[in-house]
Design a binder for this molecule. Structure first.
Ligand code: FES
Ligand code: FES
Length: 186
């Protein structure tokens, strides 16, 4: 039996100790917010917070998490009132929404550790958004940081150029999507 705390409740998993945390959460606890993407720690869709740190739940066994305090997207707030959730909605980040729970948990952990994260810290988030909503995600991070820690000179990307499809500076995917969706009359 593996014991941990999940969203404030004591949980005893009667599972193979090598079961990935993601599947214990999804299958045994019916907490399906954390998503299955790559299964190798490279997409961030399965991110939860364990003892205050963002963890790719597909990469860790429940044995490793013995005694840990786990927070999933379901436990971040009861009414979507967490500053990151509020900012996510305000910036209308969601497209398909698949990356959303993992991204929000990763950003929440980042802001908890660094209320005013540097652009470099934001760039280091490993999460992938396959819809390419990176510009809005950056805006959401800035908005959430401001809401949580007060106004701060967190720079926003003014003119995204070409670049990799992640949060690194100059990601162009968002710009392309925006252009594609912009009404001709607008
Ligand atoms: Fe865990 Fe991609 S599914 S990092
Ligand atoms: Fe679709 Fe990010 S909104 S993967």
């Amino acid at each position: 039996m593996t014991r941990m705390t999940v969203n404030g409740e004591a949980v005893h998993y009667k599972l193979d100790p090598e079961t990935p945390l993601l599947w214990a959460l999804r299958d045994a606890s019916n907490l399906t917010g954390a998503k299955y993407g790559c299964d190798d720690g490279s997409c961030g869709a399965c991110t939860v917070i364990a003892d205050g740190r963002a963890v790719a739940s597909c990469t860790v066994s429940i044995a490793v998490m013995e005694g840990a305090n786990i927070v999933t997207i379901e436990g971040l707030s009861s009414d979507r009132s967490h500053p990151v959730q509020q900012a996510w909605a305000a910036e209308q980040v969601s497209q398909c929404g698949y990356c959303e729970p993992g991204f929000i948990m990763a950003i929440a952990a980042l802001l908890q550790a660094s209320p005013r994260p540097s652009p470099e810290q934001i760039d280091e988030l490993p999460n992938i958004c396959r819809c390419g909503a990176y510009l809005r995600i950056r805006r959401a991070i800035a908005r959430a940081a401001e809401a949580a820690a007060g106004p701060a000179p967190l720079p926003l990307p003014a003119t995204p150029g070409s670049g990799p499809a992640r949060l690194s500076p100059g990601s162009s995917a968002e710009e392309q999507v925006s252009d594609a969706n912009r009404p001709l009359s607008g």
